[in-house]
Design a protein around this ligand. Structure first.
Ligand SMILES: Nc1nc2c([nH]c(=O)n2[C@H]2C[C@H](O)[C@@H](COP(=O)(O)OP(=O)(O)OP(=O)(O)O)O2)c(=O)[nH]1
Length: 129
């Protein structure tokens, strides 16, 4: 299983830009990674976010719908609360905080697209013009 975190603060969602593999490099994802043997999904996500972003988090509710990845892996996303630290791109090319419009316009990895409607609803909406 692969676990990914939706970190929302002040109506903005943290997206991380993949640096590898070549076919995914440059695309944006929810930070996370593979669950190791003996770990719970929540424990794995807290470890991954500590390693990749340098932050302490508490994992909350699952987003709706697990996603099947190539190779038989399953991708699951959770809401995540930031407890301490400021996210830094320790394992990614870049980080970006997006509102609903930024999320819809982001070059997301395909597997994460199903969560866009649910995530958009948690985010700041663009000002009417
Ligand atoms: N972390 C993460 N991986 C995703 C997402 N969407 C998606 O298809 N993936 C895929 C890309 C990778 O094939 C796999 C996770 O790999 P990873 O590289 O993030 O995990 P990791 O740090 O534990 O793995 P590794 O590179 O050390 O082997 O899941 C997502 O939103 N977040």
């Amino acid at each position: 299983m692969v676990v990914a975190g939706a970190l929302v603060a002040n109506g903005l969602l943290l997206l991380a830009q993949r640096s590898r593999p070549p076919e995914l490099a440059g695309m944006w994802e929810l930070p996370g990674g593979k669950v190791e043997p003996g770990e719970s999904p929540e424990g794995a996500l807290e470890r991954e976010l500590r390693e990749e972003l340098g932050v302490e988090t508490v994992v909350g509710q699952q987003l709706a719908g697990d996603v099947d990845l190539a190779g038989g892996l399953v991708l699951r996303a959770y809401r995540v609360e930031l407890m301490s630290g400021t996210p830094a791109p320790l394992d990614h090319s870049d980080l970006r905080w997006v509102d609903a419009r930024g999320l819809v316009g982001a070059d997301l990895v395909d597997a994460d697209r199903a969560w866009v409607p649910e995530l958009s609803g948690m985010l700041r909406q663009p000002e009417p013009s």
